[in-house]
Design a protein around this ligand. Structure first.
Ligand code: NAP
Length: 446
């Protein structure tokens, strides 16, 4: 599947530009994310071989001399219903499908309607190469209708999208009554934290990552940095450097090579971004960006759903409550100063009430350890950047198949990916106890 999609990369990039307003680089990010994730799970599949059951962890010795217990993972005998968000029409379905298919569970995937054209074409490519058995992979475009009312306890729902939709899916009576597993990946107010006395290379990496995350995919990334936590002593330097980097970003027709940021995907996304920006601006100041809409490059007047880049700043990081509560799904982030103490920085980071990812940039091992310990329970992923990896680190907005994706609280409480861990959603864990050597043979552990 990965190779088949990759073979049509150029055509798919064109669809993403036309249908999603992606720049070429944004389109590659989505498509290469899809193919890399599929490839990563294909490699895991090769390692697993033909096994249909997996053993989870070590055997436990029970009361008697021969008595032992194992934990067995077997595929659920239902369908994996995948509901995706508009911002990653290829990667979104591929990452979910990779885990479910490797687990041995058939997939019914429903992409968001606004950008379904790319999802449709990528799915069509996979079906056309006839790799999967008939019925193992289906695509549903348009409304989900009453799909969820037909599911039963053997099925799984994995949803990605806004919190409000996630809540309405969770509340579906049929899903509750049948005990259907529901995984929700929702909004997140991701933060990037700069520690005091960070080395120059670390500060530069911080600025680079924030600028990239704000503008890549026009800020339409669930993992994008929204809250930029900076010690007061470095605030002027960071504001200046960020503004300089953001000023080089050309906004316009995403098909043009020189354009670095295209429009948002739909008219309603544009309305939401502008309304959300208004909410944030009521509690902050605009320190970079045009208050008015930009005149986009190579675009006829009045065409396209363009929004301005906006770097905001709050005087009192915690008093600007909207910044910690409202996700603006566009090229918008807020500088949040703190007094340099780890304690205060953690209060600000945690104010997001659970997130997909937080990143911390610094060179003091003690401080980094305090942040990791203090922020871990609030997040699904933490990215630690010091001077030694400043030029190598992968930007926090990039979801990796090897590491779990999903976060607690506002982020939906879900978990996906993470290598073999990503299969757990589609598997039943069963404890099996008895004559140790016999059970080991049955489960394939010896
Ligand atoms: P959305 O409006 O919540 O829609 C998400 C998906 O749910 C779409 O496929 C939508 O279909 C479908 N849907 C809507 N109502 C439904 C219902 N009653 N039953 C079943 N499906 C239903 O979200 P979006 O605007 O596409 O995406 C943006 C949001 O997604 C942002 O808040 C972003 O943070 C979040 N997101 C999170 C992650 C993550 O991994 N945590 C990743 C990407 C995006 P239609 O399009 O047909 O309405």
């Amino acid at each position: 599947m990965s190779r088949a999609i990759h073979a049509e990369r150029d055509l798919l990039i064109d669809i993403a530009i036309a249908n999603g307003g992606n720049t070429r680089s944004d389109a590659k990010f989505d498509l290469d994310g899809a193919t890399a994730t599929l490839m990563s799970y294909a490699a895991l599949g090769k390692k697993l071989g033909d096994r249909q059951l997996l053993v989870d962890g070590e055997p436990a010795d029970l009361a008697g001399s021969r008595l032992q217990g194992y934990h067995l993972l077997s595929p659920r005998h239902g369908v994996a219903v995948h509901i995706g968000a508009f911002n990653f029409p290829a990667w979104g379905w591929a990452e979910k499908a990779a885990c479910a298919l490797l687990s041995g569970v058939p997939v019914l995937t429903k992409p968001a309607t606004a950008t379904a054209l790319l999802a449709h074409r990528t799915a069509e490519i996979c079906v056309s190469v006839a790799i999967l058995p008939p019925g193992a992979f289906s695509l549903l475009c348009g409304s989900a209708g009453d799909l969820l009312d037909h599911l039963c306890w053997k099925d799984v729902v994995a949803f990605t999208g806004g919190s409000a939709t996630g809540l309405s899916i969770r509340k579906t009576e049929r899903l509750l009554a049948q005990g259907v597993r529901v995984n929700v990946e929702a909004d997140s107010l991701n933060s990037a934290l700069l520690l005091p006395e960070a080395e120059d290379a670390t500060v530069q990496a911080f600025v680079r990552d924030v600028a990239r995350d704000m503008t890549q995919k026009t800020g339409q990334k669930c993992t994008a940095i929204r809250r930029v936590v900076v010690p007061e002593g470095l605030l002027d330097r960071v504001r200046e450097a960020l503004s300089e980097q953001l000023s080089t970003i050309k906004i316009g027709n995403p098909a043009l090579d020189e354009v670095r940021m295209g429009p948002v995907a739909t008219a309603s996304q544009k309305r939401d971004v502008l309304a959300g920006l208004g909410q944030l601006r009521a509690q902050t100041r605009l320190v970079f960006g045009d208050a008015a809409l930009p005149a986009p490059l190579g675009v006829p007047a009045g065409k396209g759903f363009f929004v301005p880049i906006a770097l905001l700043e709050a005087d009192d990081a915690l008093a600007a409550t909207a910044v910690h509560e409202h996700e603006v799904f566009g090229p918008v982030a807020t500088l949040l100063p703190y007094d340099g103490s780890t304690h205060r920085a953690l209060d600000i980071v945690r104010a997001g009430q659970g997130g997909l990812v937080a990143s911390v940039y610094g060179d003091d091992r003690r401080q980094l350890a305090d942040v990791v310990q203090g922020a871990a329970a609030w997040h699904g992923r933490l990215v630690v950047v010091d001077a030694k990896v400043a030029d190598k680190s992968i930007a926090p907005g990039t979801v990796l198949p090897e590491l779990v994706h999903g976060g607690p609280g506002r982020a939906g409480g879900g978990e996906e990916l993470g290598g073999l861990r990503g299969m757990a959603l589609y598997q039943q864990r069963t404890a099996i106890q008895g004559n140790g050597p016999l059970v080991a043979k049955i489960v394939g552990a010896s």
